[in-house]
Design a protein around this ligand. Structure first.
Ligand code: PTJ
Length: 248
């Protein structure tokens, strides 16, 4: 049976294909394919669509980014492969710096990601010049190395598909952390200030639209956002979907 293009399953297969292409062209690591597989499972559990709690988190994230003094978008292999155009668009709208920051770091992969971002309109990309390297304290992985003009100086960092240790280290270092993570139970999801439990490819488009609207508003005030409560709602959506599927 042919699945219509707009069907969530077809969209999800298209996203998978983007990631495989990203792997073949040297943007994504093997571990990134596994991370994507984990993400697909949770995406299936939320019904492969943006839920109300995800929208609430996206709105809070948009406001936080628009109000930030020095926002930075942290880019890894998966994020670059899935959303290159969206990364550049969002950075322009909210005035954020773009920094490449990898867990499994190689110079070759950094260059491939930078080239893709440039092809999509990025002018300045941080994280490439070793002379600007600084370290996030109390962190062991390669991801502790950040750019002094990027994450090191940021007040707000958008860092999708992140690992838990660095989220915690960034928080201890005084950064406000916004993440996309389809797993509401992951350490990153649990420790970030704002966790968007949505597929980054869907959520980024909505984040861009809302941010664009907010930049035109005057007297914006930060949102009161309860991440733990919102995560509990995401888990409830999954539980209800499972129950419905089990009883269908
Ligand atoms: O490119 P690198 O070297 O920086 O490596 C990137 C990966 C993703 C391999 C690395 O950061 C990693 O191992 O991440 P984790 O710890 O596996 O966490 C990834 C999280 O993102 C998991 O909780 C997944 O469920 C979630 N995830 C996967 N795909 C998506 C997603 N969340 C939102 N949208 C997705 N498309």
């Amino acid at each position: 049976m042919l699945i219509p293009k707009s069907h969530p399953r077809a969209v999800s297969l298209h996203i998978r294909e983007k990631l495989v292409q990203g792997y073949r062209s040297g943007l994504v690591v093997e571990e990134g394919l596994m991370a994507h597989g984990r993400g697909e499972t949770f995406d299936y559990l939320i019904g492969e669509k943006t839920s109300k709690n995800a929208l609430k988190a996206i709105k809070a994230a948009a406001k936080t980014l628009v109000l930030a003094k020095y926002p930075v978008i942290s880019v890894n292999g998966n994020f670059a492969a899935l959303c290159p155009k969206e990364i550049v668009n969002l950075a322009k709208i909210v005035g954020a710096k773009i920094e490449i920051n990898l867990f499994y770091v190689t110079e070759k992969r950094k260059r491939a990601i930078a080239n893709l971002l440039r092809k999509n309109g990025a002018k300045k990309i941080l994280g490439l010049d070793p002379r600007s390297s600084r370290k996030i304290p109390k962190l062991d992985s390669a991801r502790r190395v950040v750019d002094k003009n990027g994450i090191f100086s940021a007040d707000v960092v958008l860092v999708p598909l992140e690992d838990g240790d660095r989220t915690l280290a960034m928080k201890k270092f005084g950064k406000k952390v916004i993440t996309f993570d389809l797993n509401p139970l992951s350490r990153t999801a649990q420790s970030a200030d704002i966790t968007i439990v949505d597929n980054v490819i869907r959520g980024m488009r909505i984040l861009i639209d809302i941010s664009k609207k907010l930049t035109k508003k005057k007297n914006l005030k930060p949102d009161r956002f309860d991440n733990k409560k919102n995560l509990a709602e995401a888990i409830l959506v999954m539980k209800n979907n499972l129950w419905r599927k089990a009883h269908a």
